[in-house]
Design a protein around this ligand. Sequence first.
Ligand code: AMP
Length: 472
Amino acid sequence: MQFSDFGLSQPVLRAVGEEGYSEPTPIQVKAIPHVMEGRDLLGCAQTGTGKTAAFALPIIERLAKTRVPRVAKRVRVLVLSPTRELASQIGESFASYGRHSGITSTVIFGGVNQSRQVEMLARGVDVLVATPGRLLDLMNQKAVTLAHIEVFVLDEADRMLDMGFIHDVRKIAAEVPKVRQTLLFSATMPDDIRQLASKLLDNPVEVAVTPVASTAEKIDQAIYFVEKADKRSLLGWILEDTRIDRALVFTRTKHSANRVAEFLDKRGIRSAAIHGNKSQNARERALDGFKRGTLRVLVATDIAARGIDIDQLAYVINFDLPNVPEAYVHRIGRTGRAGAAGQALSFCEAEERPYLADIERLIQMNLDAVSKHPYPSPLGVPAKTDLTNRRNQQAPASYGARSSGGGRSGGGGRPQGQGGGRAQGNGGGRAQGNGGNAARPPQQKPRSPQDRPQATTTHDAGHNRPRHAGTR
Ligand code: AMP
């Protein structure tokens, strides 16, 4: 199956080609033909499966074919997302996939000043991606009307309900015209989602794909608890192992990708960074060098890594943990393809511990901690995550010290700063180290692997190098 088999127009196919997608993912194969026909759809698929394109491509197609003049405050397509991160990602996807089709899109979410959002809406927009709370606020202020919606998409519906947005969703749905196309995506299909679907959808087609989390089981995974300031040194140390002939390193920001690549280059490890600020040419050059083996390390942000498909990539290193847990599964899915052995190594600084707990709950396993490395976190190794807990009840945006405070789609309740959801310092059963103080204890940093200090924890399997992670 090819993208061209769907009957998509040239501008959309061109954008898909530029994203580097060679063929549609299973959810795209199953969903796109029905959405193109205008059917309602109930999709059981997680983020990471390619579901955004599964709904965005046919929507862009529809909008481009039936253009209408922009009218102030009017919207043609509404996509509801539980979190600002997901909303931003969806907005970026519409912008990318629709870049040659002349459609307009905007994203609104809480926790930030609304004036720019109001301005964008005042011009009228084809596609509005929104979190429920901010959307309701702006509806109440009459900054937007939903009376002209043609397609209504609810993404991550189960998470939306987990986060307590059911009333908001109902209020919003009541304002959308009855005659419309409705698409509902959810990673799980508990009764409450089925009930919601039966109210919102009209004779829907149901499609499902294997949960993304299942791919994680095939890959060797290990976690290094480390201080933020030591991450680059730890990466350099790991890459002294020449068996790692090629590694894809993920960072959360473009800036960090640049800094990591520069650091590695200085240490004689040939690397390049790819991210959204690099030209298409520079990205292609870097990717090509990586594929041919002239570059040993490619440092990428999630967005830039889209569509990267490299056979026999044995190592993925998460320099930063993603704050959207599905992104972890997607990242590590770059390795271990087609039955090949794959290893995913992740660094976790204090503020990322809550992200780790979310990831572990998603993949339903605790990652093995490597404790014998030269840069152990003074907070020690946290206790295992309780995998039976349901997903976190709030938006990832408000995790940890990066919190910017919320709006209705954020909300408090999660421990802040370095006191994450896990046992810290001397507070938890398995925690080791120096008592959880924020300050780094006086510690001689090793210069090379030869002067490695003794492990500060006792539960390592006895080896230092990636393949042999200990357990926690
Ligand atoms: P999503 O589940 O929509 O969040 O997509 C997960 C990731 O898969 C995103 O980084 C997309 O850019 C990427 N993606 C979507 N469709 C394809 C495809 N057909 N081939 C390769 N990557 C894809």
